[in-house]
Write a protein that binds this ligand. Sequence first.
Ligand code: NOJ
Length: 566
Amino acid sequence: MLRSPLPGDPPPPPGLGLLITAPDAPATPDHGWWRDAVIYQVYVRSFQDSDGDGIGDLAGVRTRLPYLKRLGVDGVWLNPFYVSPQHDHGYDVADYCAVDPLYGTLDDFDDLVEDCRLLGLKLILDIVPNHCSSEHPWFRAALAGAPGSPERAPFHFADGRGEHGELPPNNWRAMFGGPAWSRVRESDGSWGQWYLHLFTPEQPDLNWRDPAVAAEFERVLRFWLDRGADGFRIDVAAGLYKHPELPDSPDPEADERTRDSVNPLAWNQPEVHDVWRHWRAICEEYTARDGRDRLLVGEASVPTPAEQAAYVRPDELHQAFFFHLLHAPWDAAHFHRVIDEAVQDIAATGSTVTWVLNNHDQVRTTTRFAAADELSGGVRARAAALLMLALPGAAYLYQGEELGLPEVDDLPDHLITDPIFQRTGSRVGIRDGCRIPLPWSGLESPFGFSPAGAKEPWLPQPAHFAAHTAERVLADTGSAWHLYRDALHLRRVLPQLGEGTLRWLDTPPGVLAFVRGEGLLCAVNFGDGPALAPVDGEPLLASGPCPPGILPAGTTAWWARDGRSF
Ligand code: NOJ
């Protein structure tokens, strides 16, 4: 049974657009707020369109902050909204200190900061230091400059191999398909050097061995911190440095094949840790001024939890997404193993684990965890979310998971915008399906995403999104939305949740159960049939109907005991 409302709940606000009038003032000082925070990821392009161009924008985000406050998250991470030709939807930045007109203006950003402050929501920006856009002024200057010139120093330019330099400098392949090198025409029109791009040719990799690059990013960080950002999600945080000699890789297709950063010569080089130490020092400088912790959360995709732990040492990043949970199949033993590794390896650094199940690059859990029948995916996604929210540490939610949105995997080829599809011609790993504009209300597209009379949403919303509008799920107390909200509320009021320890209980195969702080028990049934519940009594919260004594298939439940241990 789902418990709603919960003791101590404020009366439910009447409408989606309601402004909360009694904001939680941010506590000052707020050291360590991030250690067990739940942050909501806003893919700006697909969140809320305020001006009718079919593309979400900052002013749109602002109108929906009360919705996020009501859900109960601690903060918001915004995907990149900077000036960009949008070859990779903003992960190709041409001006790091300006808002792309598609998404609004710096004034819109300032207004957003102010509203976040009023509502007590942290605001985390996305920073992209591994590469910029081929339209960035630095890259334009590099193209105009001569081989070996200072203008080329911020990038990896190299002479080609072969008699006439017609072969790339090494055998690396790009993550999004094709060679990781493109050849340029020199100013006299002749074929010239090659430049490195681990993603698309429109995203030249920056050379962090050039001190100008570090200095420029320090300027960018300070620009946004001075404007009120509470921290940064760092794109490709295991990148930045490449092996200094750029040697051939023994398995050149590994990155492209796995769509992951696994080439040991291109990623996870030791020098990158100095960058994070420096960025941490910058954050601490701001904290020293006003007592407010600034947050650095890294997209540090590295092979093992132990290697990831190195990124969250006390003087480096505060958090790094724990992708091993996100990559776990729906399997009790697998979940058990990765949770254990995370808790041991990450906790040993003094940091907390940063759990994540969904983001803008992954197939949504509702589809990823589906067995033969579609329904099981939605059921399991809810169970996985409730499991994640019981784990010790911080968590990130991706927009739409609280609406139970499924992946849209039937977009016609001509509407696919992901550069992976353009570069590989294959649908494997394409990301448009989790980036469809959100359905807010009504029975047909644009479902309140855009105002009346607007252009079509930039990606089409399927008719079945009508069952997932915010309006509809808010009205249904048995919906995913209420589950997330109840879980987030309990995280605030129950001391056992959030940061702390975890103790596993003995369970039959296919079932996991653990105790948090002795007074809270979480159990998950990964199996296809019902299991016996590990304790008697009605659960405090469950991801689906849960009769006393039974833990149905694909269900997570929490039980609480006052002052007594399980
Ligand atoms: C990771 C981001 O999450 C993804 O969306 C982007 O395409 C790549 N980094 C390249 O910036």
